[in-house]
Design a binder for this molecule. Structure first.
Ligand code: ZN
Length: 168
């Protein structure tokens, strides 16, 4: 289970494991902003499982501008929806818009989330060959996507939503 850690300014800082989150709670370094489901029991006390914590002091962190291009990160950016306009299926693969066999690069602006059937049909053809188009232009992700994908979070808990900036 993962916990969203906010800076004293309420900006999201990190996604941390529950064990580390409980360490911060017990040490009095954070306030619990929102609880998740369930309880944790120690020898003497029980606590609600925290979902969002806020540091009591400000930390300065270099803003992480870039996230490595990976299948997981592309699926998060594209919210697991197949990006071809004719298709409403859930995506499980990534597709190169300009096929690699035609010189397309493996970069954020040339990859989109795709369902397996669309990916197989597209093969090494271009969008123009097929008469297909994209729901949106692929861009390099920022902010929330970087935070979530670097922590491996694919499904955002409801308790976090108020504290995350809107996806870019
Ligand atoms: Zn599709």
């Amino acid at each position: 289970m993962a916990v969203l850690l906010l800076n004293a300014s309420f900006e999201p800082l990190h996604v941390i494991p529950l064990r580390r989150a409980m360490g911060l709670v017990v040490a009095g370094k954070v306030d619990v902003i929102a609880n998740g489901d369930g309880e944790i029991h120690s020898a003497t006390r029980s606590f609600p499982v925290p979902a969002v914590l806020r540091l009591r002091y400000m930390v300065r962190v270099p803003f992480r501008q870039h996230v490595a291009l990976s299948r997981r990160a592309v699926l998060i950016r594209d919210q697991k929806r197949c990006q071809f306009t004719h298709c409403d299926r859930t995506a499980s693969t990534i597709d190169h818009v300009v096929p690699r066999s035609r010189g397309g690069e493996h970069v954020w602006t040339n990859v989109v989330a795709a369902c397996a059937p669309c990916n197989a049909r597209k093969g090494s053809r271009s969008l123009a060959d097929l008469g297909w188009s994209l729901k949106k232009r692929p861009i390099a992700p920022r902010g929330t996507v970087v935070l979530l994908s670097s922590a491996g979070v694919q499904t955002v808990p409801d308790a976090w939503i108020d504290w995350l900036p809107a996806p870019a």
